[in-house]
Design a protein around this ligand. Structure first.
Ligand code: AMP
Ligand code: ZN
Length: 494
């Protein structure tokens, strides 16, 4: 029996605002679509949090035995500077500033994004489609929406008719907004606006002569509206109806609301059955955002080259820090919180390594009941991917393992279950990496301390040629030993 058949997963579905039992449309297959980055600049840690949250979802569903088709797009056209269908395309603007071709901008920041995600040990999606690679499909969807009577053409642009759609559907369903409030909240259309109503949004925009990203269409030369690409690429690869759609909370309106409308208007189905929204990463209590400059970049975090941090942190520590909060809760980034996460991470990894070196006993005599712990750990993840509760379960195991000496007071089968589940939760599900084992962390520290103990022994035995040789060889390897009145310490020059 596959694990997913034994585990009922509940998901906080943004569209019903309820925690719902998840049922896959076509198990063991499962379709997951996540809005990807707009590749016009470096991703910041806020963006990374959303992608790490969905990496957790992908990893857990895969762990349960689903065959997940994970589609995450690259927005490389159509995302304008503001949501009111005005302003320049973000990629074109950057291309002009950097004096590059738009596709050079796209390539540069896509590669940068991939590099960062791999340092965070996030799996790549199984399909990573681009907006510019799906212009034909976008034109097809626009035509369908026009044919169904939900869009109109004006001077070479095509607009989605929100009022018309709302007569037979519920625009605002996802974001909880009422169309009357939306209308009163928008400013009057100015005289030159082509839209029939301020709520209408462009699904195709006529390109001005200076707009460098442009394609031919039945309505003239132009480019697709940003919301359209996600409707097109999700349904192309996952079907008109599919399982899960994710993204950051800030995308609920208008982006996701418009996706639902486009899907329904073109093919009669709303698209995803479960909507998941990740909450924001904040810095000094304010949302991290490219536009306000309140951001921290991944390389600043890794190197510590920023006045916002006392030192650099390994990517896996930052990942651990992020997963200590539920994806649906806001999380504030701070140096202190990172330092605390680093300590916790090393405690957890040390316990995991210790477990690997222990032997089981004839029978289980520990108060720590492995089967119950195992069940509670799955229950945490089944409850809307509650990684903080899973991590507290892992810390409970850590405390217990630390209290054991030489032998684990567990039967061979309990011991095996504990070892295998620790391994699965830490590495497969949470996606952490053991940096100690890579030589720069705990393991290296252990080895140097062994050498320092041997050197002390040599000095106590008055074998100074051996103690000096240990010191000199360590120095040759870039490890400087300093003798103090409380013993020896060392520093590594990198
Ligand atoms: P963008 O490249 O602006 O389209 O954003 C890519 C993803 O990052 C989207 O899913 C956004 O919702 C998400 N995002 C942007 N800012 C933050 C933040 N401060 N915290 C978490 N996710 C964010
Ligand atoms: Zn999207």
């Amino acid at each position: 029996m596959a694990l997913y058949e034994e585990n009922d997963v509940y998901i906080s579905n943004s569209i019903s605002r309820k925690k719902e039992l998840f049922t896959a449309l076509n198990a063991p297959n499962l379709g997951l679509y996540v809005c990807g980055p707009t590749v016009y600049s470096d991703v910041h840690l806020g963006n990374c949090r959303t992608f790490i949250s969905f990496d957790l979802v992908y990893r857990y569903l895969t762990h349960l035995g689903y065959k997940v088709r994970y589609v995450r797009n690259i927005t490389d056209a159509g995302h304008l500077e503001n949501d009111a269908d005005e302003g320049e395309d973000k990629i074109s603007q950057r291309a002009r500033l950097e004096q590059l071709e738009p596709m050079e901008i796209v390539q540069k920041y896509t590669l940068g994004f991939h590099g960062v995600m791999s340092r965070f040990n996030a799996f790549p999606p199984t399909i990573e489609p681009t907006a510019t690679g799906h212009i034909v499909e976008q034109i097809d969807m626009i035509q369908k929406i026009i044919d169904e009577g939900f869009a109109y053409e004006k001077n070479g642009s095509v607009y989605f008719d929100v009022k018309k759609y709302n007569e037979s559907n519920d625009y605002g369903k996802l974001s909880g907004r009422k169309i009357e409030e939306l209308i009163s909240g928008t400013r009057e259309l100015d005289a030159q606006s082509e839209k029939e109503s301020p709520l209408d949004f462009a699904i195709w925009k006529k390109a001005s002569p200076s707009h460098i990203m442009r394609w031919n269409s039945p309505w003239g030369i132009g480019f697709p509206g940003w919301h359209l690409e996600c409707s097109v690429m999700s349904t192309k690869y996952l079907g008109d109806e599919f399982d899960i759609h994710g993204g950051g909370m800030d995308l609920k309106f208008p982006h996701h609301e418009c996706e639902i409308a486009q899907n329904k208007a073109s093919n009669g189905s709303e698209g995803p059955r479960y909507w998941m929204h990740g909450n924001m990463l904040t810095l000094n209590g304010q949302r991290m955002s490219k536009s306000t400059g309140n951001t921290l970049l991944p390389h600043e975090l890794f190197t510590g080259e920023t006045d916002k941090l006392e030192k650099g942190f390994a990517p896996t520590i930052a990942r651990f820090f992020m997963l200590q909060a539920h994806y649906g809760s806001q999380l504030d980034f701070s140096s202190d919180a990172l330092l605390a996460a680093e300590k916790g991470y090393h405690r957890l990894m040390a316990a995991y390594r210790k477990l690997a070196s222990l032997e089981p006993s004839a029978e289980s005599t520990s108060e720590f009941k492995v089967a119950e712990w195992h069940k509670a750990s799955y229950a945490a993840m089944n409850d809307d991917f509650n990684s903080p509760i899973l991590i507290s379960q892992l810390f409970e195991a850590t405390r217990t393992i630390n209290s054991w000496e030489n032998k684990a007071p567990l039967s061979a089968s309990d011991f095996k279950l504990l070892k295998e589940s620790m391994q699965a939760f830490i590495f497969d599900v949470l996606g952490l990496e053991d940096i100690g084992a890579q030589g720069s962390g705990q393991k290296l520290d252990d080895v140097i301390n062994i050498l320092l103990d041997l050197r002390k022994q040599a000095r106590d035995d008055r074998d100074f040629s051996l103690s000096d040789a240990i010191r000199d060889k360590l120095a040759d390897a870039g490890i400087e030993v300093k003798d103090g009145k409380d013993g020896s310490t060392y520093s590594i020059s990198l």
